[in-house]
Design a protein around this ligand. Structure first.
Ligand code: BES
Ligand code: ZN
Ligand code: ZN
Length: 474
């Protein structure tokens, strides 16, 4: 979609989209289009209501946004248009929103329109798309001074989100650890980030034992990705870790349920990759270092055995109770590697870590785990604004003893059918060297799921906008 600013609406032919918020006042067409009142029976601006009609060479589509002026609600309303009414865009389109009044709402609208063009049919051989989005021209008529900047920014945000969704939705024979490593290198090359990748032998030299243990049953070589974005005016250094399990069979503790969805077990990695891309694309004034351990958790004669004791980068030993609790193993090395070598001021990790967090929160919000009250608030606030909700669970030390091992320093599963998300977070904490500003975000329920936008489960890019808001508020 080519989006531009429209200075004048004279002589426009095509589709004019006019969004309305619901209010007590009666609805009128904009002065520029005659200013006639619109009878309430035809259109009331209720959320998702529409009134479409033609006058000469213009088709008007009035559509209702309801009363809520929040980011997510606006974004979703606009996303519906391109996702479900693509036919409307088979012509020139003018978004007539002179008094949207607010940069953020315009950004929400534009990101929504772009997100709605994303389709899941990556591998369909006969693609006869109803609309060629590359050719669609969208003009924005707005009185906001910085409209051009908003357009550019929205394009970059939505582009990062679509990239993240694509990585998650593509199948695991395509998105392998090496694919993610290549992706990171390309993004780094394009946008000026330093990217280093440790394959099996380099990771061995670096003593990333826990990371390698998870990947040892797979044909596909594990890749430990390190990305650095630096800005000369940076005042804060943020560190990120993303779980990149490109497929989780469970290992020898093989999954008996839901394995088919486990291509999404690299959604934490995808969110961090997409976010790094975005940070560099927007040239944000911050330093960000990302560590993204990528492996496939496969079944093979070389697979990790339950009851094995393994080493880790931190020097701490781990008793393997369950090979399906693999995410925490690669994150353990990711976190200690990041903190030891880069010493970021704040560390946040994203991981589709536990089924337990879905048991707790369903698909509504991600689990937030941190001992820092201020970090907790900042993350929650950022997430609430963009509609990527987080809710805290306790990190009390009384949970730590659940993870005690008789034979090693810690075990990877307490073996009990409760508090699974919390004990997983306590396991991670063990490898954070008591960093005073670390948060773990369990996105198992929010990164990949059902929605109105497709018939199958699909990626959401959860975390990308959240982290953008967070870093911009820092
Ligand atoms: N990748 C899964 C968690 C998951 C479950 C993500 C459902 C998305 C949807 C993780 O590696 C896992 O298998 N966790 C186990 C841990 C258990 C064996 C301690 C779980 O939550 O059941
Ligand atoms: Zn698992
Ligand atoms: Zn997993």
């Amino acid at each position: 979609m080519k989006i531009s600013v429209s200075k004048s609406i004279d002589n426009f032919k095509g589709l004019v989209l006019i969004p309305f918020f619901e209010s007590e006042e009666s609805i009128q067409m904009p002065e520029a289009f005659g200013g006639r009142p619109v009878p309430k029976v035809l259109f009331s601006a209720k959320k998702d209501s529409q009134h479409i009609f033609s006058e000469g060479e213009i088709t008007f589509a009035l559509f209702g946004l309801g009363k809520e002026r929040n980011y997510k609600s606006i974004q979703t309303s606009f996303r519906r248009l391109t996702a479900k009414q693509a036919d409307l865009f088979g012509q020139k389109v003018l978004l007539f929103a002179p008094d949207f009044g607010d940069y953020d709402l315009l950004e929400a609208a534009l990101t929504g329109l772009i997100l709605g063009t994303y389709r899941l049919g990556h591998f369909k051989s006969s693609t006869a798309p109803t609309v060629d989005w590359g050719k669609v021209q969208l003009a924005i008529h707005s009185t906001l001074k910085g409209t051009k900047n908003v357009i550019e920014r929205a394009e970059k945000i939505a582009d990062a989100q679509v990239k993240t969704m694509t990585l998650v939705d593509l199948p695991p024979n395509k998105v392998t650890p090496e694919y993610l490593a290549e992706w990171a290198k390309e993004s780094g090359k394009k946008l000026g980030m330093e990217v280093k990748v440790l394959g099996r032998s380099k990771a061995e030299k670096e003593k990333l034992h826990a990371f390698l243990a998870v990947g040892q049953g797979s044909q596909r070589e594990p890749q430990f990705i390190i990305m650095k974005y630096r800005h000369k005016n940076a005042k804060k250094h943020l560190g990120l870790v993303g779980k990149g399990v490109t497929f989780d069979t469970g290992g020898l503790n093989i999954k008996t349920q839901g394995m088919v969805h486990m291509k999404s077990d690299m959604a934490g990695a995808a969110a961090v990759l997409g976010f790094m891309h975005l940070v560099a694309d927007l040239a944000l004034e911050a330093d960000v270092t990302a560590v993204i351990p990528c492996v496939e958790n496969a079944v093979d004669s070389h697979s990790l055995l339950p009851s094995e004791v393994i080493d880790s980068y931190s020097g701490k030993t781990i008793e393997i109770i369950d090979t399906d609790a693999e995410g925490r193993l690669i994150l353990a090395d990711g976190l200690s590697y990041l903190i030891k070598n880069f010493k970021p001021d704040t560390v946040v990790d994203f991981a589709t870590l536990t089924g337990s967090v879905i048991g707790t929160f369903g698909y509504e919000c991600a689990g937030l785990f941190t001992k820092s009250e201020s970090l907790s608030q900042d993350l929650q606030q950022a997430g609430a604004y963009v509609g990527e909700k987080l809710w805290p669970l306790p990190m009390w030390d009384s949970y730590q003893s659940e993870m005690d091992s008789e034979i090693a320093d810690i075990k990877n599963f307490h073996g009990k059918p409760y508090a699974g998300a919390i004990t997983a977070a306590k396991f991670l904490e063990f490898f954070t060297m008591e960093h005073n500003s670390w948060a773990h975000i369990d996105i198992a329920g929010t990164a990949f799921g059902d929605s109105e936008f497709s018939k199958t489960k699909h990626a959401t890019a959860f975390g990308v906008q959240l982290m953008l808001k967070f870093i911009e508020n820092l």
